[in-house]
Ligand binder design. Structure first.
Ligand SMILES: [Fe+2]
Ligand SMILES: [Fe+2]
Length: 273
């Protein structure tokens, strides 16, 4: 089921399938007859539509969010992130089945993938309401690199994707909500509020399973986290941090602050500003 989502190119079709599979998983769990986990070979790159054109981050034009065009560009960039997130969550489900995990691991990522699918569609609705659509603008090609770099390292994947990238989303989303509120664009404001509320859960799932795996092997989670982020993220984390929401997700300050200032900003981190 995960590979089916990953190999579907069209965004609306990918997310429809994602919703359908998540519902099937949930129903089977509720009935006490969970679906077998199985084995599969997820593709190294998920299928994507022909548009948007994918460019290196530095070649993606930046627009000021003070103009309607700039806000469309921001919504487009966010829709692109959400579509990547759909694939990232199904990828973690399919890629690491060699590591035996409690069923709750799969519950959490199925729920996350289901929510990302909703986020993508909410943002597409906003774009379409103002005469644009996902694919109308270029997007950056950087996002999948975190998945490729950690394709054989479950702890590394958890460290970089939910605990760094999705936690970064918690830092920047309040500012975006303010942009759309000030511009009096209620549909986009509401979509971002839904996203903001649900992303806390995705970070929390990352923290939960990261700690669980470290605990299983008698490792110190904080030390392991620092090592993995330095290895795979290749750049400093960028303050200011949303300490409140990070705490809500179970991410303590001594996990992220030591990674904040020690390295000069590396190429690539700009994509998540
Ligand atoms: Fe999301
Ligand atoms: Fe997320």
């Amino acid at each position: 089921m995960a590979v089916e989502v990953l190999t579907t190119a069209n965004g609306r079709a990918k997310t429809a399938l994602s919703h359908a599979h998540a519902a099937r998983w949930r129903e089977a769990r509720a009935a006490g007859t969970p679906l077998p986990i199985g084995r599969a070979n997820p593709p190294m790159q998920p299928s994507r539509p022909e548009r948007p054109e994918l460019l290196p981050p530095r070649d993606v034009p930046r627009r000021r969010t003070g103009s309607p065009q700039g806000r469309i560009a921001l919504l487009h960039a966010l829709a692109h992130i959400e579509l990547n997130a759909v694939d990232l969550h199904w990828d973690i489900i399919a890629r690491f089945t060699d590591t035996e995990m409690p069923l709750g691991f799969y519950d959490d990522w199925v729920k996350s993938a289901d929510e990302e699918s909703k986020h993508f569609n909410l943002l597409c609705d906003c774009l379409e309401a103002v005469g644009s659509h996902y694919g109308a603008l270029p997007a950056h090609a950087f996002m999948w690199r975190a998945a490729e770099d950690t394709a054989d390292d479950l702890l590394g994947r958890l460290a970089v994707v939910p605990m760094v990238l999705e936690a970064r989303g918690l830092d920047v989303t309040p500012g975006m909500i303010e942009i759309f509120t000030k511009a009096d664009e209620p549909a986009a404001t509401d979509a971002l509020k839904v996203i903001y509320a649900e992303e806390v859960g995705h970070v929390a799932y990352g923290v939960k399973w990261f700690n669980w795996l470290c605990g299983r092997d008698g490792l110190d989670p904080k030390e392991v986290f620092h090592g993995l982020v330095r290895r795979y993220f290749r750049g400093a984390l960028k303050p200011p941090f949303n300490e409140e929401k990070r705490a809500e997700a179970g991410l303590p300050p001594d996990f992220y602050w030591p990674l904040a200032e020690e390295v000069a900003e590396a190429p690539g981190t700009a994509a998540f500003r």
